[in-house]
Write a protein that binds this ligand. Structure first.
Ligand code: ZN
Length: 351
């Protein structure tokens, strides 16, 4: 067991990241030390790399990034019984307090005192990461490593899609970043009928088709709302899955929602978004939900069952792999609009 390891860290309050040598985390009696096999870069990591206003208010350098990963249990604290050395695992990286009002109500995913591993404390862009046993997720060995590395965003997609009825429903996904793309696959796997997707990036529209969307529209060059209304016999879609955070997309999504429909909003706008509440929510009798994180642990149970059953084909998202040291390449590709996920390998590319 080495004393030090390589980690990709925010070392200073400024743009950029750096590889640093740091101590392997010491674990307490209820912790698990995981040897990271593969990690994946999230949009949040891009924000932290760029040191935007949100990052400046939230991130306290130095901190190791990385909250999408899978790995092998290296060591466990003496009180840990859920996993043992050698187990294939991932983790829920939102660590809830267990005692706030929402935690007591069984709503740990919206805990008032949540701490996120890889944002508020050292994460998985490293050879090893320390995880509380309460948050460790044992994975079936049949789940491929590349899927194990993206369970955090896939869980966002599963939580959003399954936040209301989906079987037999028409669906609109607004915004085809990774979570939007995953939502298309999850919605189809769970029995939705027609899935529409809107996206302004040509690369992402092509990816949405590969992921199984029935109709992919470019709202920058066509009247997407009118087309969706025509295709749904004038009623609009049953379910809106808002994945963009873009004000225009949100407004168009509500216009395309049928009366009595469900709007589940996951995309995070950077400004206040004006909505026609009277016509698009109240008179429509719409159900509007904010979606944050993953339900602990209902979302994980359902997601892993869908994966084990082979129902989620996410292959188009994969392909780009880099050793941890080549992080600059990986971040540049994502900033340039690469439509899939990039996996980082702290211990060399394997599998
Ligand atoms: Zn709490």
């Amino acid at each position: 067991m080495p004393a030090t390891m390589r980690a990709l860290r925010k070392t200073q309050p400024a743009k950029g990241l750096a590889i640093a040598s740091v101590g392997v985390p010491a674990i307490g009696p209820t912790d698990v030390l995981v040897r990271v096999r593969a990690a994946s870069i999230c949009g949040t990591d891009l924000h932290i790399y760029g040191w935007d206003r949100w990052s400046q208010g939230r991130i306290k350098p130095p901190v190791t990034l990385g909250h999408e990963f899978c790995g092998t249990v290296e060591r466990t604290g003496e009180e840990v019984t859920a996993v043992k050395a050698g187990d294939f695992v991932s983790a829920e990286m939102h660590v809830n307090c267990g005692h706030c009002h929402q935690c007591r109500l069984g709503e740990a995913h919206i805990c008032q005192n949540v701490r996120i591993i890889g944002i508020d404390q050292d994460g998985a862009f490293a050879e090893f990461v320390k995880i509380p046993a309460s948050n460790i997720i044992k994975l079936d060995p049949s789940i491929p490593e590349r899927y194990g590395a993206i369970l955090d965003p896939l869980g966002n997609a599963v939580h959003t899609v399954l936040a209301g009825p989906i079987a037999g429903q028409t669906v609109l996904v607004t915004g085809c970043g990774p979570i939007g793309l995953m939502s298309i696959v999850v919605a189809k796997a769970c029995g939705s009928s027609t899935v529409f997707a809107t996206e302004t990036s040509e690369q992402r529209r092509a990816m949405a088709k590969k992921m199984g969307a029935d109709a992919v529209l470019n709202p920058a060059s066509e009247d997407a709302v009118r087309k969706i209304l025509v295709e749904t016999g004038g009623t609009g879609v049953d379910v809106l899955l808002e994945m963009s955070g873009n004000p225009t997309a949100i407004q168009q999504g509500f216009k395309a929602l049928r009366a009595g429909g469900r709007a589940s909003l996951l995309g995070i706008p950077t400004e206040n978004v004006p909505l026609d509440l009277v016509n698009d929510v109240i008179f429509k009798g719409a159900t509007v939900q904010g979606i944050y994180g993953r339900r602990m642990y209902e979302t994980w149970v359902k997601m892993l069952a869908l994966l084990k059953a082979g129902r989620l084909n996410l292959e188009p998202l994969f392909g780009e792999r880099e050793p941890l040291e080549k992080f600059e390449d990986a971040f540049a590709k994502l900033q340039g609009g690469l439509p899939g996920k990039i996996l980082l390998y702290p211990d060399g590319i394997s599998g």
